[in-house]
Write a protein that binds this ligand. Sequence first.
Ligand code: URA
Length: 221
Amino acid sequence: MTSIDAYLEKNVHLLPQTNQLRALHTIVRDRDTSREDFVFYAERIIRLLVEAGLDLLPFEPHDVTTPIGATYNGLRFADGLVGVPIIRAGESMEAGLRAVCRGVRIGKVLIQRDKDTKLPKLYYRNLPQDIASRHVLLLDPMLATGGTANAAIQVLLDQGVVEENIVFITFITVPDGIEAVCSRYPRVRIVTSAIEERLNENAYMLPGIGDFGDRFFGTEK
Ligand code: URA
């Protein structure tokens, strides 16, 4: 069993485990849940994750005058955000980000395991030219072994993104995945809604959710 206590304090933002969140998880984890319900309830959790991820970004002071002429000493988002879903499952989180960040820039990366080397390989990337000066919300619902996540983070770093400007938003994860990412990229922050017990021999999380992409996009075999 990996000890991830230090990472939980420093790097990982786990959504508060409220009854409401557990009820949403109960629906999406149920093997008998229809695809329609899976998408609906998964999107509710994704919305919570995106809001928590946005909370980790920098804000700047912004005063406004209220309708009765008083000053409200407020805040506003500092400029420069891009969402980067990892194709394909990460695209399930894109709509949730767009719903709360109107006009947000979106990049894409496609990373898959190379058939020969078995290592994660970058097949496609399309990122804003000025990404180095932006904060990045990297989106992938499943952080399992961490291989894909680490490859995607490296793509961002190679483009000049600052490590502490990366927030990785993932639906569920597991101690091995947290360890894999945080030991290699200790300044990246992770936002998740659940930490599973462990991986099985096929690298699926337990108790888990099954194949998130297949369930979300309706491509179960
Ligand atoms: N990818 C998934 O879709 N589910 C898992 O449990 C692990 C990786």
